[in-house]
Ligand binder design. Structure first.
Ligand code: B12
Ligand code: SF4
Length: 438
C-alpha cells in the first residue's frame, strides 16, 4: 500500500509587490495571493499575505520577515513597475533570510518562461499559470523541482471560490461614490480564469496556452459574495475577470436568476465583449440582477484591424450598441488603442469618428503594447528583440513597461503623435463624465 507523505506545515508569506511605489494601495485586493492562501490554509500551512502596493519594499519586507519568520516566501510578479518591485522583494528576502525557500508566480512568468532569464535569479522555483494546487502540491513533495514549472491549471475553481479568509479585505471596500453607476460600497473581486476568445495581442495566449474560459460556478459565487458582504461589508462587486459571460450563457443566466430570486441584493460591474452588447435580452437580465457597469474591449473601429486582432465582428454599429446599453441603465467604459501593426491613418480617423458618434461612450486610450509570447506581440516586436538579446532573454523586462506602449503602425511618427493627442483629449473629456454624479 502507498501511504501519502504528509509534509510538515510551512509558514508561508505570500507577497504582492504592488505596482505603485507611492499611490493609494488598497484598490485591488491581491487575489492571486489570496487564492493561493486559501488552498495552503486548507492543506494545513500557516499563511500571511503582504500587499506592498504604495509601500517602501526595502523597509516593509524585512519588517514582515521579522514578524512572521516564514519558511517559504511566495511572490507575485507581473509586467511594469510591478516587475521591478518583484525583483526588489526577491533581493531583500535573499539578503535578509538566505535559508528561506523563495518561489514566484503570476502573469510575468508566461511572458518570460526561460528559466535562465535574470528575472528568476535567486528563486527556488517559478510557477507558470494557476498557482493554487501547483504550489501546494510542490510543497507536499519530497524533492521539490526547480526551474520554471507548468503551465498549470487549478482543476476546479469551486474548490476555492472567492475566499473571504483575509481580514484586511474590508480595507479594499470603497464608498459608492467611487464606483461608476453604483449606489453601494463595493470592491473588486476575481471569479474566473481565461476568456471565451483568444485575441492575437492578449496575454491569455501565453498564461493559459491549453485552456479557455473557466469559472467559479454561479451558486458558489453567490454564496461567496454573500460571505464577503457579511465579513468585509461590500454590497457591490466589480469583477476583474477578463471575461464574465460564458459562451452558452449557463453561468451568467444562473447567476442572474439567483440574484433576481433574492431581490437583487448586490450591484455589479464586469468585462463583456462587444458581441455581448448585441444581446439585449441578456443585458436586460443582467441589469435586473444588479449589473450596472460594463467594460468592453473595443480597441478600434476599423474592421480590418479588428480582424487582425481576432476581436470578432459585430452586426450593429458601436454607437447603437452603446446607446442601447445606456438606455437599459448600464454604463459602458471601453478600451481603445492605436498604433496597431498594419493600422493606417484612415483607420485611426475611423476610430476617432466612432468616438464622436458615440457621445455616451467613456474609454481608456492606450497605444498598442506588444506582449511577449502572444501571436501579434511576437510578430511585431519580440521575435526580433529576443533574437538580438539572446535566447529567451529580454534585457528591459524589469523596467517600467510604458515605453513599449507606442506606435507599431505604418503611420509616420509626427502624424501619429497628433492623432494620439486627439484621442487623449477625447478620453479626458469622457472620463470626467463617467465619475460625475447626476
Ligand atoms: C487588477 C489588475 C490591475 C490593476 C492593479 C492590480 C494590483 N493591485 O496590482 C491595475 C488596473 C492598476 C493594473 C495595472 C497594470 N496591469 Co494589470 N491586471 C489586473 C487584472 C485585471 C486582475 C489581477 C487579478 O487579481 N487576477 C486574479 C488572480 C486570481 O489571478 P493572478 O493574479 O494571475 O494569480 C494567479 C496566477 O497568476 C498565480 N500566481 C499569482 N501570484 C503567485 C505567486 C506564487 C508564489 C505562485 C506560485 C503563483 C502565483 O496563481 C494565482 C491563482 O491561480 C489582470 C488580468 C487578470 N484577469 O488576471 C491584469 C494584468 C495582471 N495586468 C497586466 C498589465 C500588463 C498591467 C500594466 C503593466 C498595464 C500597462 N501597460 O500599464 C499595469 C501595471 C503598471 C505598473 N505600474 O506596473 C497584465 C500582466 C501581463 C504580464 N504578462 O505580466 C495582466 C495579466 C492583464 C493583461 N492585459 O495583460 N492591473
Ligand atoms: S476578449 Fe479581452 S480578455 Fe478575451 S482574449 Fe480578447 S483581449 Fe483577451
Amino acid at each position: 500500500m502507498r501511504i501519502a507523505r504528509r509534509a510538515a506545515p510551512e509558514r508561508v508569506l505570500l507577497v504582492h509587490p504592488g505596482i505603485y511605489a507611492d499611490r493609494n494601495p488598497l484598490v485591488f485586493p491581491p487575489w492571486g495571493a489570496l487564492m493561493l492562501g486559501a488552498e495552503l490554509l486548507g492543506r494545513g500551512h500557516e499563511v500571511e499575505v503582504l500587499d506592498l502596493n504604495g509601500q517602501d519594499v526595502a523597509a516593509a519586507v524585512p519588517a514582515a520577515l521579522g514578524r512572521h519568520r516564514p519558511t517559504v516566501v511566495g511572490i507575485t510578479c507581473k509586467l511594469g513597475l510591478g516587475a521591478a518591485r518583484f525583483r526588489a522583494v526577491v533581493d531583500v528576502v535573499r539578503r535578509e533570510s538566505p535559508d528561506t525557500t523563495v518561489v514566484a508566480g503570476g502573469p510575468l512568468v508566461s511572458s518570460f518562461p526561460d528559466p535562465a532569464h535574470p528575472l528568476w535569479a535567486g528563486l527556488d522555483a517559478v510557477f507558470w499559470g494557476d498557482g493554487e494546487t501547483a504550489l501546494a502540491d510542490w510543497l507536499a513533495t519530497d524533492e521539490r523541482p526547480g526551474g520554471v514549472l507548468g503551465p498549470a491549471e487549478t482543476p476546479d475553481l469551486d474548490r476555492i471560490g472567492v475566499p473571504a479568509w483575509w481580514g484586511p479585505l474590508r480595507d479594499y471596500v470603497k464608498p459608492a461614490e467611487l464606483w461608476p453607476n453604483m449606489t453601494v460600497d463595493a470592491m473588486h473581486v476575481a471569479s474566473a480564469r481565461g476568456c471565451t476568445r483568444r485575441c492575437t495581442f492578449c496575454y491569455l495566449n501565453a498564461q493559459y496556452p491549453g485552456s479557455r474560459f473557466r469559472y467559479v460556478s454561479a451558486d458558489r459565487l453567490m454564496a461567496d459574495l454573500q460571505r464577503l458582504h457579511d465579513t468585509a461589508g461590500a454590497s457591490g462587486f466589480y469583477f476583474v475577470d477578463d471575461c464574465f459571460v460564458d459562451r452558452p450563457e449557463t453561468r451568467v443566466r444562473r447567476f442572474c436568476d439567483l440574484n433576481i430570486a433574492e431581490g437583487a441584493p448586490f450591484e455589479y460591474g464586469c468585462d463583456v465583449q462587444l458581441t455581448d452588447l448585441e444581446n439585449p435580452a441578456l443585458l436586460r437580465r443582467m441589469h435586473g440582477a444588479g449589473f450596472r457597469a460594463l467594460y468592453v474591449g473595443i480597441e478600434t473601429a476599423s474592421p480590418a484591424v479588428r480582424k487582425s486582432l481576432g476581436k470578432g465582428s459585430v452586426r450593429t454599429g458601436v454607437p447603437d450598441l452603446v446607446s442601447r446599453a445606456l438606455d437599459l441603465g448600464l454604463v459602458v467604459r471601453a478600451s481603445i488603442g492605436i498604433g496597431w501593426p498594419g493600422e493606417t491613418a484612415r483607420d485611426v480617423a475611423a476610430t476617432l469618428e466612432m468616438i464622436d458618434r458615440t457621445p455616451g461612450l467613456v474609454f481608456d486610450a492606450y497605444r498598442y503594447l506588444p506582449l511577449p509570447n502572444t501571436p501579434l506581440g511576437e510578430r511585431s516586436e519580440w521575435t526580433e528583440r529576443r533574437a538580438a538579446a539572446g535566447p529567451g532573454r529580454l534585457e528591459h523586462a524589469y523596467e517600467d513597461y510604458s515605453e513599449y506602449n507606442t506606435n507599431h503602425s505604418d503611420i509616420p511618427a509626427e502624424q501619429f503623435d497628433a492623432l494620439w493627442q486627439e484621442l487623449l483629449a477625447r478620453e479626458r473629456q469622457r472620463l470626467e463624465m463617467y465619475f460625475a454624479r447626476p
